[in-house]
Design a protein around this ligand. Structure first.
Ligand code: PEP
Length: 262
């Protein structure tokens, strides 16, 4: 079976202040620095704290992530931040199409794709977030929506850049709600996503692309989700603000016995 390095990200959203962001980063380093050989680990602080958090992460191997990116390199785009600027701050990975950007801030598939391509061209990894709303799930449209967002988000992304791409399946109804998909629901969606990656690219891309699950992941449900064969890690919101919870989730994904089964 294909070996995929697990990947866990902590999306801090619009939370923390400068002091608590640095403290949280410090605690993540203390709890996770030994785990980076087994699992890719990223934290996504708010933009203003990227530099301070990056300094705290130092050279311990934990990736600095950004929550968003604009698709132009520079110019008259007040308030926006380019991929090149993120690279300048040692950011390694950026979220594209998080459901809060899609559903609260109005980003559509076309904008998500522009951002994804610009970030990839700047040399960043991306986490492309996809997932259905509760209305879409109840209308049995989960695959149609999720795979549609996958295809649109990756439009014109060449196969050579797919090694920079991580997919996060995040059902919107499970984000920040305390409800999460059952391991079987998550596995079904992840399997469909992997198959579509095979159709869009090839079997090697399907086998090697990491697919994270996101939506109310906690220390007490991470292991059973990670036990699913197509779940390669997590994108964690609320629980990533508590270092102990986050470290426990990373440990669930970094366990050698799970890896042996992949
Ligand atoms: C997220 O922000 O991507 C997320 C999954 O949030 P939460 O873990 O709080 O549901």
């Amino acid at each position: 079976m294909h070996q995929r390095t697990p990947i866990v990200g902590g999306n801090w959203k619009m939370n923390t202040d400068l002091a608590s962001a640095v403290e949280l980063a410090d605690d993540v380093v203390a709890g996770c620095a030994q785990l980076v050989q087994h699992c890719d680990i990223a934290v996504f602080p708010p933009f203003p704290y990227l530099q301070a958090v990056g300094k705290t992460l130092g050279h311990h191997g934990i990736l600095l992530g950004a929550q968003d990116v604009y698709y132009e390199s520079n110019g008259a785009f007040t308030g926006e931040v380019s991929g090149e600027m993120l690279v300048d701050l040692n950011v390694a990975i950026v979220l594209c199409g998080h459901s809060e950007r899609r559903h609260v801030l109005g980003e559509d598939d076309q904008l998500v794709n522009l951002k994804a391509r610009a970030a990839l061209d700047a040399g960043l990894w991306i986490t492309l977030c996809i997932g259905e709303t509760i209305e879409q799930r109840e209308a049995a449209r989960t695959e149609e929506i999720t795979l549609g967002q996958l295809q649109a988000g990756l439009d014109d992304v060449p196969i050579e850049q797919m090694r920079q791409v991580v997919i996060a399946y995040e059902p919107v109804w499970a984000i920040g709600t305390g409800r999460n998909a059952t391991p079987e629901d998550a596995q079904a969606a992840h399997k469909a996503i992997r198959e579509r990656l095979g159709d869009l690219y090839d079997q090697s891309v399907a086998d090697s692309t990491r697919i994270q699950y996101g939506g109310s992941v906690k220390a007490n449900n991470a292991a059973e989700l990670f036990a699913q064969p197509d779940v390669d890690g997590f994108l964690v919101g609320g629980a990533s603000l508590k270092s102990q919870e986050f470290v426990a989730i990373v440990k669930a994904a970094a366990k050698a016995d799970h890896l042996a089964r992949r």
